[in-house]
Design a protein around this ligand. Structure first.
Ligand code: GDP
Ligand code: MG
Length: 437
């Protein structure tokens, strides 16, 4: 993927103190190739590397104290600029503010509608109404209801009405009557851009004149994403882009290409299937991510949001006193699960993303661990050193796992305890250095 390629391209510059004009040119050639491979169109990529080269020469990279770092910074700054300036919010000035979702089927409109409703409800204390406007698939209406129930947001639907324009108008009237100050309209998509879909979304758009029209796109669809974005923008002149599925093996190029082709801001990103997996799009963080520096800022913010501070203090005390046990471990696992997808989180730690790429971590991995801990007695949980061979056998049987798996967990637990002690003793910095490698 793009990160790996750029990583390789920048390796020379990062690793070596010395830099020559030849290797600036070589590196930029690699950077350009990486961008093109990641579906950035050739012209954009070429302009990009030319600009970086000019700036590099202007700043006299060759004689700089740390030329490698300076180059990385130039590439990063330029990528950031290419993806847009500061994060742009959603226009919530209407009463109600109407937000229209557009995009192909499977791009993540329904999921994102739920995420956005949840985000606006919790962060901006709004009272959103979700509207089901997919009149072709009854299952789509059900899906939105499931989402609404999950986040505690009301869903407006009308299974008798087959005209999406009429549904949206009824929904807006309903919102006014019932004090909903935001209306999020989830629409139907098709597998490819076609006239019928464009006419339908365009009719809705004209009739309701939304404050905000968002184009939702699957970041894994590469160059197609750019063509789709262009088609929708030509019809709707939309206000912003939502980039979904950035948690998978994504081609970061979509963010760069879409922005440069339609010149509309990317407003939010989707990073998982859960309702919490939504983030404001920050170009500089995305650039970091593409460059493999890790999205530390996002990680820290997300961890802070989800993590109960009181719990954290208690835990710190326990670690300091060597009283960290399996009950706390279980608690930790639950905290981590709340934060979202594990791979996603690990990818945000600098260096760790690459190192742990091959390890298969999914939320299921926790199931065994939880089962094993549940089969321990309270004494065993608080004093793991009690767990001898016969206890291991009992725990293995009780949890439907093997002694090997129990041993594995004990070992992991031991390592984790050690790591935590290290982070405690002002070793946090040391840890980060270790992770950076
Ligand atoms: P729609 O047809 O545009 O309404 O798309 P859906 O919201 O139904 O999403 C299609 C599929 O993509 C569903 O299985 C979602 O769970 C999944 N999905 C949506 N957003 C994300 C995301 O950010 N990350 C991941 N991994 N999956 C997503
Ligand atoms: Mg849908």
């Amino acid at each position: 993927n793009l990160s790996d390629k750029l990583d390789k391209a920048l390796h020379v510059l990062k690793g070596h103190g010395q830099i020559t004009e030849v290797n600036v040119a070589e590196t930029l050639k690699e950077v350009r190739r990486a961008l093109v491979d990641a579906d950035v169109n050739f012209k954009t990529a070429k302009n990009f590397t030319n600009t970086v080269k000019e700036k590099a020469l202007g700043q006299d990279v060759l004689t700089a104290l740390k030329p490698g770092q300076l180059m990385v910074k130039l590439v990063k700054d330029e990528l950031t600029e290419l993806m847009g300036g500061d994060a742009e919010g959603i226009n919530l000035s209407g009463n109600p503010s109407v937000i229209l979702m557009s995009g192909l089927q499977g791009s993540g409109k329904t999921t994102f509608s739920g995420k956005l409703a949840n985000y606006l409800k919790t962060k901006k204390t709004k009272n959103p109404l979700l509207v089901a406007c997919d009149v072709y698939r009854p299952a789509a209406i059900d899906q939105l209801h499931v989402v609404g129930d999950q986040i505690g947001v009301e869903v407006f639907s009308d299974r008798e009405e087959k005209n999406p324009v009429a549904i949206s108008q009824k929904a807006i009237a309903y919102a006014k009557e019932h004090g909903h100050n935001v209306v999020i309209i989830d629409t139907a998509g098709r597998l490819a851009v076609d006239e019928a879909m464009m006419n339908e979304i365009s009719d809705i758009h004209k009739a309701i004149q939304p404050q905000e029209t968002l184009f939702v796109v699957d970041s894994m669809t590469g160059q197609d994403a750019v063509n789709t974005a262009k088609a929708f923008n030509d019809t709707l002149n939309f206000d912003g882009v939502i980039l979904t599925k950035l948690d998978g093996d994504t081609r970061g190029g979509a963010a760069i290409s879409i922005k440069s082709v339609v010149n509309k801001p990317i407003k939010f990103i989707g990073t998982g299937e859960k309702m919490e997996a939504i983030d404001v799009f920050y170009p500089s963080r995305m650039a970091d991510r593409i460059l493999g520096m890790g999205d530390v800022v996002s990680l820290v913010e997300r961890a802070q949001e989800q993590y109960d501070e009181e719990e954290a203090r208690k835990l710190q005390k326990k670690i300091a006193k060597n009283q960290f046990g399996f009950d706390d471990f279980l608690n930790q696992i639950q905290q981590v699960k709340k934060m979202g997808n594990m791979k996603d989180l690990i990818g945000m730690i600098p260096g760790a993303g690459k190192a742990m790429k091959d390890i298969d971590i999914d939320d299921d991995a926790f199931k065994h661990i939880e089962a094993i801990i549940h089969s321990m007695t309270p004494e065993e949980r608080s004093t793991p050193s009690l767990i001898n061979a016969s206890r291991k056998q009992r725990i293995g049987k009780g949890s439907g796992t093997s002694v090997t798996q129990v041993n594995q967990l004990l070992k992991q637990f031991d390592q984790m305890s050690k790591m935590m002690k290290m982070m405690q003793g002002g070793g946090g910095k040391k840890m980060m250095q270790m992770m950076r490698g």
